[in-house]
Design a protein around this ligand. Structure first.
Ligand SMILES: NC(=O)c1ccc[n+]([C@@H]2O[C@H](COP(=O)([O-])OP(=O)(O)OC[C@H]3O[C@@H](n4cnc5c(N)ncnc54)[C@H](OP(=O)(O)O)[C@@H]3O)[C@@H](O)[C@H]2O)c1
Length: 248
């Protein structure tokens, strides 16, 4: 079985790639940083890599075409690559940050799904596993476009499920809460490691291996079972109270 994981150079994607490879799957690892993908390949062996920006459709298509036959027919597509940029309120954000999140989290994810779906339908077999976020459900200040991209992932997953019903193809959305030990917050805070430290301080947050475990679980349910979504949070995380701003 071939499993394609986007964003496999770090964080969740790397842990997911390892989990599947260690359980005998062929893994196609996609991300921009070639050296990180090479080191993953050295570690897990049964792996082919595509080093490119997933927003570059030509490079991506060349990468898909370059795969060996037994890697090319992807059975499980894990749309994991994604990012948040900034935590400012909407009125103070850079539009370029919004644009980039939409490009990666929505457009690239849709393009890759659109590429692999017809073959899955033809094979009457396949599983699309998207990595959403609790940010797609629960709003918070500074979540603005990031949360909206994950709300897209949530609804897109459900709408895909509606379209593929009866085809044997499955669709799932994994929605994690606060997770440490990935580069996510360093990217979001644009390299400010002090802010990252403060965010995770004494939080006992989720780890990439917890996400990999959830993804592996949904993929390994019997074929007649489709887990639509899994929302997971660290035990320490909860919901903020609804704010009321008073005039006096
Ligand atoms: N960490 C959290 O708290 C959290 C919570 C909920 C959901 N999520 C979601 O989980 C997913 C993975 O996050 P993570 O925590 O593992 O973050 P991460 O450590 O920053 O990993 C992101 C991965 O995506 C790749 N990537 C980013 N932009 C790309 C692009 N344009 N083209 C190709 N690859 C790209 C990165 O690789 P390169 O830099 O090498 O390209 C990296 O491998 C994301 O979708 C994120 O939104 C994270």
């Amino acid at each position: 079985m071939s499993v394609l994981v986007t964003g496999a150079s770090a964080g969740f994607g790397r842990a997911i790639a390892k989990k599947f490879a260690n359980n005998g799957h062929k893994v196609v690892a996609v991300a921009r940083r070639k050296e990180k993908l090479e080191s993953l390949k050295d570690e897990i062996k049964n792996c082919q890599i595509i080093a490119c920006d997933i927003c570059n459709r030509d490079e991506l298509l060349r990468g898909f075409e370059s795969l060996d036959k037994d890697y090319k027919d992807v059975d499980i597509l894990i749309n994991n690559a994604g990012l948040a940029l900034g935590i400012a309120k909407a009125q103070n954000c850079e539009f370029d940050d919004w644009d980039r999140m939409i490009e990666v989290n929505i457009k690239a994810l849709s393009f890759i799904t659109h590429y692999f779906l017809p073959k899955m339908i033809e094979n009457k077999n396949g599983h699309i596993i998207n990595i959403g976020s609790i940010a797609g459900t629960y709003p918070y200040p500074g979540g603005n476009v990031y949360g909206a991209t994950k709300a897209f992932v949530k609804q897109f997953s459900l709408n895909l499920k509606a379209d593929v019903a009866g085809s044997g193809v499955r669709v799932s959305n994994i929605e994690p809460g606060l997770s440490s030990d990935s580069e996510f917050s360093l990217v979001r805070f644009k390299g400010d490691s002090k802010k990252v430290e403060e965010l995770y301080r004494d939080s006992n947050a989720l780890k990439p291996e917890d996400i990999a475990e959830s993804v592996y679980f949904v993929a390994n349910m019997p074929k007649h079972v489709n887990i639509n979504s899994i929302e997971l949070m660290p035990t320490s995380q909860s919901f903020a109270a609804l704010d009321v701003y008073r005039s006096k």
